[in-house]
Design a protein around this ligand. Structure first.
Ligand SMILES: C[S@@+](CC[C@H](N)C(=O)[O-])C[C@H]1O[C@@H](n2cnc3c(N)ncnc32)[C@H](O)[C@@H]1O
Length: 423
């Protein structure tokens, strides 16, 4: 089978690469991961913008595992600016079959009409435009992107506008697109993590959009119950027009729901229900033995009350220190400790550190309460145990995992892409 050459953008600690290429290093059999097919990541980019503690830890982790020179450590905007001047200091390959990446949900609006600007003028620092530039330069056959599910509804005053801009940009480049919100726990993974996956393909075939929702690349990897209710509509060819006019009513809902397909600006979207009967993992399955837990991860008896308070339900009067404004604050309770018999809640970037928090995980083992150790966070995301143990602090390891993805998701999608790639 022909090799599928991959470029990994916003590579972090290499979740897409692990899922697609797999991993094998005879000296580290503990990190072995299966490949999804004939994928070979030939170029990667990862850069942490300057700020507190920007020591490029994710990039270091990537290079520790995949080798020196495996990942370019520079701002992607700078890398592409350089490439467009014809220098190619950062060795972007002439040809790639596939581009992958997880990137932030930002404001994708464009400033000028195409006719006046001679191109799309996106806001500086908005990383979608770098992906767009990369696709325009390299025209890979396949694209697989990951984002928070909020992307389908952003921004609040024009619900769905940013996703519509993204779809139009992909259509302008000739791509047909599938998207799906996948909650990893519904498909057997030990963490509840809801993310939107966007698959795009340069194709001459005309897709049957209705059929494709239930039997396209993503749904073949993550099956769903038959979809009966659809919303069908056309999006503008011009991202500027979308910026100005899309869903311009503050109360309107986003037209984009949990699954959809787009080709030639024609969109079909519907809410879907998963259909999965395979094995399931839960939080208890990824815990490491007590002998591997440093004492600092246990919650001291005197701090337990604070944790209980933060996790508990409350309805209390609070005063804004700056404005003096008083208001009632209410929130429900959450499981404390976290249930070992369920998939865990989503790991966030703030999972590390000893401070009490509503969102960090706490487990109770043999009558003692403790936080999750980084080796457990690695495994909750489907990375091999110890993957991020490359010289970072525990807090930094947690941060990298909060940013990463469930490796099994691109792995399962990759298997289907590999199977379809000889067509
Ligand atoms: C959502 S995370 C992706 C994580 C990755 N999928 C993984 O498995 O670890 C986005 C990554 O993009 C990186 N990033 C942010 N701005 C960047 C830029 N301008 N150029 C390159 N990388 C950037 C961040 O440091 C972060 O690691």
């Amino acid at each position: 089978m022909k090799t599928i050459k991959v470029a990994e953008l916003f590579a972090g600690v290499g979740g897409f690469r692990l899922g697609l290429d797999g991993y094998h290093d005879a000296e580290h059999p503990e990190f072995d991961m299966p490949t999804a097919g004939p994928f070979e990541t030939i170029w990667a980019n990862q850069w942490e913008p300057p700020g507190t503690e920007s020591k490029q830890f994710a990039w270091r982790c990537y290079e520790t595992h995949f080798g020196q020179g495996s990942c370019v450590n520079e701002d992607i905007t700078k890398v592409l600016d350089d490439y467009e001047t014809g220098i190619n200091t950062y060795g972007i390959p002439d040809y790639v079959d596939m581009v992958v990446g997880g990137f932030p949900c930002q404001d994708y609006s464009v400033a000028k009409p195409l006719s006046q600007a001679g191109g799309i003028e996106g806001k500086k620092g908005v990383l979608w435009w770098d992906i767009y530039r990369f696709l325009k330069l390299k025209t890979p056959r396949f694209v697989l992107l990951e984002n928070v599910d909020r992307l389908l509804k952003s921004p609040a005053r024009q619900r769905g506008r940013d996703f519509a801009i993204m779809l139009t940009c992909l259509a302008n480049l000739g791509y047909a697109v599938e998207w799906r919100v996948i909650n990893s726990a519904e498909y057997g993974f030990p963490q509840r993590r809801k993310r939107v996956y966007i698959y795009a393909e340069l194709t001459q075939d005309t897709w049957d959009l209705r059929e494709r929702i239930g039997s396209g690349i993503i749904s073949s990897a993550f099956p769903i119950e038959p979809v009966t209710v659809f919303n069908e509509f056309e999006i503008s060819h011009d991202p500027y027009e979308i910026t100005q006019e899309f869903n311009n009513s503050p109360k309107a809902k986003s037209p984009f729901t949990s699954a959809g397909v787009m080709q030639n600006y024609r969109v079909i979207t519907g809410d879907v229900i998963e259909s999965y009967n395979g094995p399931r993992k839960v939080l208890g399955d990824i815990l490491v033995p007590a002998s591997e837990i440093p004492e600092s991860f246990y919650v001291p008896e005197e701090k337990l009350e604070r944790w209980r308070y933060l996790k508990g339900s409350k309805s209390e009067e609070r005063t804004n220190k700056r404005t003096g404004f008083t208001y009632r604050y209410s929130e429900g309770s959450m499981a404390f400790p976290d249930l070992l018999t369920n998939p865990s809640r989503t790991i966030l970037t703030g999972e590390g550190g000893t401070g009490a928090s509503r969102f960090k995980h706490i487990v109770e083992i043999d009558g003692r309460y403790r936080r999750l150790v980084p080796d457990e966070l690695d495994q909750l995301q489907g990375f091999p145990k110890g993957w991020t143990d490359t010289g970072m602090s525990d807090g930094r390891r947690a941060f990298c995992m909060g940013n990463a993805l469930v490796v099994g998701v691109p792995h399962r999608i990759g298997k289907i892409i590999a199977g379809s790639s000889h067509n």
